[in-house]
Design a binder for this molecule. Structure first.
Ligand code: PLP
Length: 396
C-alpha cells in the first residue's frame, strides 16, 4: 500500500485482509474482552504482534485498523492510538524520561505540554529548558550531557512559527536525544516528520485527522523499537486507551483527510488574503503568505499550508464579544481542524505569563508579534465567501 497515492492510502491503508467475514467498511468491535482458545500471559510486558486479542486495553481490531492507517500516512513502522492528544504526550514523556534527565521544549508549546513539563515532570526530577526552536543555535546551546529529548511543534500555537525539523534532527542526533514532533497543526498531508529525521510524531487526532469535532484521540508514530515499550508501559499501564468507537469515527474521518486539507488550505489562503487587505486588521500570520517570516521554510517543508491563521486586530476584547454575539457561520470556540470554522481570542497574558512563562527578550519577542492577543482562526471547509462575509460584518 505504501507506493499508492495519498488519497488511496487514506481510504484503504490498514484494511484487514484475511479469510472469512470481510466487511468493506471498517468494522466496529466494542467488546472489551475476547474469548481466547489458548493460554496467554497476564502481563502487558509479554505482549507482541502475534498475541491474539485478549483485552481491549492491550489491543482491539478497530483500534489496530486506525493505527495501521496512521503509520502508513506518516511513513512510520508503527503507530499507537491514545484516548487524547494529551494522553499520547504524557505517555511519551513519562515512558522516555527518568529522574536526572533533561528535556528541551519549544517555548511556545501547546499549553498542556508546557505545563506538564514544567509542573509535573519537575516533581519527578526531570528538568526542562524552553527555547525558541525556530533558532537552531539556541537549541544547540541548550543541550546538556543529560539531554534525552527535544520536543518541537510545527506550526506552533498561536504564532504559527514553523520549525526546521531536519535541522533540529541533526542537533538531536549529535547529542543522542530523541526528537519528538507534535505535528497536529500540519497533519500528515502537510508534513511527514519521520522522513525529515524525527524519532516520534505525535498528533491530537481530535483535530484535523478526526476532522469533525466529535471524537477525541491521540497518536504516536515511530519505529517498532521505540513503540514496543511505549505500548506496554505508556498505553497498557498508564491506561489512556482510545474507545474503539472513537477509533472508528476517526478512521472514517481520515478517508477524506487529503480532500479536506486541500479545501482547508484553499479557504485559508482566501481568508488570509482578505484579512491582510482589511483596514481593521493589524497583522496576519499564515505560513502560506509571503509575509510570513518563515514562508521559505514552510514552502520547503510543508506540502500543504494547512488551515490555521492567527490575526491581530485593534480592540480585541470588544471584537471577541461581537464575534460571540454576531457570527452566523463561524463558531466562537476553542479547538481546531474541524470541517466547521472555529475562532477564538488567544489572550497574550494567559499564554505568555501562565502557560509559556516567557521572560526578558523572549517575552518581548512574543509581545511584538501578538500584542494583546491573537484571534486563532481554524478555517473550515464551508464556502469561503460565507466565511469572509461573516468576518467582514464583525470587523466593522
Ligand atoms: C489539541 C492539541 C493537543 C492536545 O490534544 P487533545 O486531543 O486535546 O488532548 C496537543 N497539541 C496540539 C498542538 C494541539 O492542538
Amino acid at each position: 500500500m505504501s507506493e499508492k497515492g495519498i488519497r488511496t492510502r487514506a481510504i484503504h491503508a490498514g484494511e484487514p485482509h484475511g479469510a472469512g467475514n470481510r466487511p468493506s467498511a471498517p468494522d466496529l468491535v466494542m467488546s472489551s474482552t475476547f474469548v481466547v482458545d489458548e493460554e496467554v500471559s497476564f502481563s502487558a510486558n509479554n505482549l507482541d504482534a502475534d498475541t491474539p486479542y485478549v483485552y481491549t486495553r492491550w489491543g482491539n481490531p478497530t483500534t489496530d485498523a486506525l493505527e495501521a492507517n496512521l503509520a502508513n500516512l506518516e511513513n512510520a513502522e508503527a503507530c499507537i492510538a491514545f484516548a487524547s492528544g494529551m494522553a499520547a504526550t504524557t505517555a511519551i514523556l513519562l515512558n522516555h524520561l527518568s529522574q536526572g534527565d533533561h528535556l528541551i521544549v519549544q517555548n511556545t508549546n501547546y499549553p498542556g505540554t508546557a505545563e506538564f513539563a514544567r509542573d509535573t515532570l519537575s516533581r519527578f526530577g526531570v528538568s526542562t529548558s524552553a527555547v525558541d526552536t525556530t533558532d537552531v543555535e539556541a537549541v544547540r546551546n541548550a543541550v546538556r550531557d543529560q539531554t534525552k529529548m527535544i520536543w518541537i511543534e510545527t506550526p506552533s500555537n498561536p504564532l504559527l512559527r514553523v520549525v526546521d525539523i531536519a535541522a533540529i534532527s541533526e542537533v538531536a542526533k549529535q547529542c543522542g536525544a530523541l526528537l519528538v514532533v507534535d505535528s497536529t497543526f500540519a497533519s500528515p498531508i502537510a508534513t511527514r516528520p519521520i522522513d525529515l529525521g524525527a524519532d516520534l510524531v505525535m498528533h491530537s487526532l481530535t483535530k484535523y485527522i478526526g476532522g469533525h469535532g466529535d471524537a477525541m484521540g491521540g497518536s504516536v508514530c515511530g519505529s517498532q523499537a521505540l513503540l514496543g515499550p511505549l505500548r506496554s508501559e505508556g498505553l497498557s499501564h498508564y491506561g489512556g486507551v482510545i474507545s474503539p468507537f472513537n477509533a472508528w469515527l476517526i478512521l472514517r474521518g481520515i478517508a477524506t483527510l487529503p480532500l479536506r486539507m486541500q479545501a482547508h488550505e484553499q479557504n485559508a489562503m482566501a481568508v488570509a488574503e482578505f484579512l491582510e487587505g482589511h483596514a481593521k486588521v493589524e497583522q496576519v500570520l499564515y505560513p502560506g503568505l509571503e509575509s510570513h517570516p518563515q514562508h521559505a521554510l514552510a514552502k520547503r517543508q510543508m506540502d500543504n499550508y494547512s488551515g490555521m491563521i492567527s490575526f491581530r486586530a485593534a480592540d480585541p476584547k470588544p471584537l471577541a464579544e461581537r464575534m460571540m454575539a454576531e457570527l452566523e457561520v463561524i463558531h466562537y470556540a476553542v479547538s481546531l481542524g474541524h470541517h466547521r470554522s472555529l475562532i477564538y481570542l488567544m489572550q497574550t497574558g494567559d499564554l505568555v505569563d501562565t502557560s509559556y512563562q516567557l521572560k526578558g527578550e523572549e517575552r518581548d519577542k512574543y509581545l511584538d508579534v501578538a500584542g494583546e492577543g491573537l484571534f486563532r482562526f481554524s478555517i473550515g471547509i464551508e464556502d469561503p465567501a460565507d466565511l469572509i462575509a461573516d468576518l467582514d460584518r464583525v470587523l466593522q
